[in-house]
Design a protein around this ligand. Structure first.
Ligand SMILES: C[S@@+](CC[C@H](N)C(=O)[O-])C[C@H]1O[C@@H](n2cnc3c(N)ncnc32)[C@H](O)[C@@H]1O
Length: 221
């Protein structure tokens, strides 16, 4: 008994999503419920629902990631969605960017505990800083969950995607509203909105809603 097992009703879904990495995912669930709560990275109430609201809710976004996509998770916090994506898809090289030291410390511990050091890297910094951009380069896919409203997120997250690459913003119920509000910003940053897609139908309830924005292959005017 690790304390990290999925609830019985999600066991089959968790096995399907994580396969032979289910054991490591249970270790992550235990770290979220234990260390992350103790260190104030996750609220005690959230701890009760780590599997449906955090781990599976994030992992199902893997449906949108091409094979071996170089993936950047901006504002990863306690590792969401980057860690569940890496666990669900061993083909994805993942970089987690997070400015707060204590969160970075937790992320480094998670990577070590889950033996993901060949797949997942962690860097401390703010996504909009020139140093970070220079250090990390561009990615096929940039993910973000609960980091900033789309209007603020797009100007600094989209340029981290390569031309033709994609920003996936996990947004829940506000997805369409935020997308409408970000129209001007999309034009000025060269973003092409592909709308709101739904991931994890039949796996998580409600399914995860993701705003999909492609970085144009030509620079913005
Ligand atoms: C509400 S938390 C969400 C964490 C995680 N993505 C999740 O869904 O649980 C927002 C995170 O974004 C980080 N953040 C805020 N502004 C950022 C920026 N400019 N660049 C990178 N990360 C940022 C914060 O430090 C924090 O960890």
């Amino acid at each position: 008994m690790t304390g990290g097992e999925p609830p019985a009703e999600l066991r089959t879904a968790a096995e399907a999503v994580f396969g032979d990495r289910l054991g490591r995912t249970q270790v992550y669930a235990r770290l979220l419920r234990g260390d992350a709560v103790r260190r104030g990275l996750m609220g005690p109430r959230e701890a009760e629902s780590v599997w449906p609201r955090h781990i599976l809710n994030c992992a199902v976004v893997e449906e949108l990631l091409p094979r071996e996509a170089r993936t950047l998770d901006v504002g990863s916090g306690a590792g969401l969605p980057g860690i569940p994506l890496a666990l669900a898809r061993s083909d994805l090289p993942v970089l987690l960017v997070e400015p707060l030291e204590r969160r970075v410390t937790f992320l480094l511990e998670v990577v070590e505990a889950l033996q993901l050091d060949e797949q997942v890297r962690v860097i401390r910094g703010r996504a909009e800083s020139a140093e970070i951009r220079e250090a990390i380069g561009e990615f096929d896919v940039v993910t973000a969950r609960a980091v900033a409203p789309l209007e603020r997120l797009v100007p600094w997250a989209l340029p981290l995607a390569r031309p033709g690459g994609t920003l996936l913003a996990l947004k829940g119920a506000r997805a369409e509203t935020e997308l409408r509000a970000s129209r001007k910003v999309l034009i000025s940053t060269g973003g092409v909105a592909h709308g709101v897609l739904t991931c994890g139908v039949g796996i998580v309830d409600p399914p995860t809603r993701v705003v999909v924005i492609e970085r144009a292959t030509r620079p913005a005017r």
